[in-house]
Design a protein around this ligand. Structure first.
Ligand SMILES: [Zn+2]
Ligand SMILES: [Zn+2]
Ligand SMILES: [Zn+2]
Length: 100
């Protein structure tokens, strides 16, 4: 069937699924065909670095510390302005604070 021509060239060799990008295939492999230690695989929000959740967290702290947004009321930290804004509203009930 020509209609079946694939936009997903990356096929999993462990099951029948195919993916549009290699990253998605790798993620699938890690999630569905657990290579043990790679269960909590994730990607750095700032760069292409990938790894185990704990490894990525350590990486973010060491490489992107300056990019973290700190809450001015409590010790909460986040990478995203939008989630800090959400934190302000949900935790501190402050809608007047605009995160720069
Ligand atoms: Zn698979
Ligand atoms: Zn990074
Ligand atoms: Zn806070």
């Amino acid at each position: 069937m020509s209609a079946h021509f694939s936009a997903r060239p990356f096929k999993c060799d462990k099951c029948a699924q195919a993916f549009a990008t290699l990253t998605k295939l790798r993620k699938h492999e890690r999630e569905k065909h657990k290579d043990g230690s790679f269960k909590k695989w994730r990607r750095c929000d700032f760069c292409a670095f990938e790894g185990d959740t704990r490894v990525v967290q350590r990486h973010v702290v060491s490489k992107h510390r300056d990019m973290m947004i700190h809450c001015m009321i409590c010790k909460h930290k986040t990478r995203l302005r939008i989630s800090m804004q959400r934190h302000m509203i949900s935790v501190h009930k402050r809608t007047d604070i605009i995160i720069p």
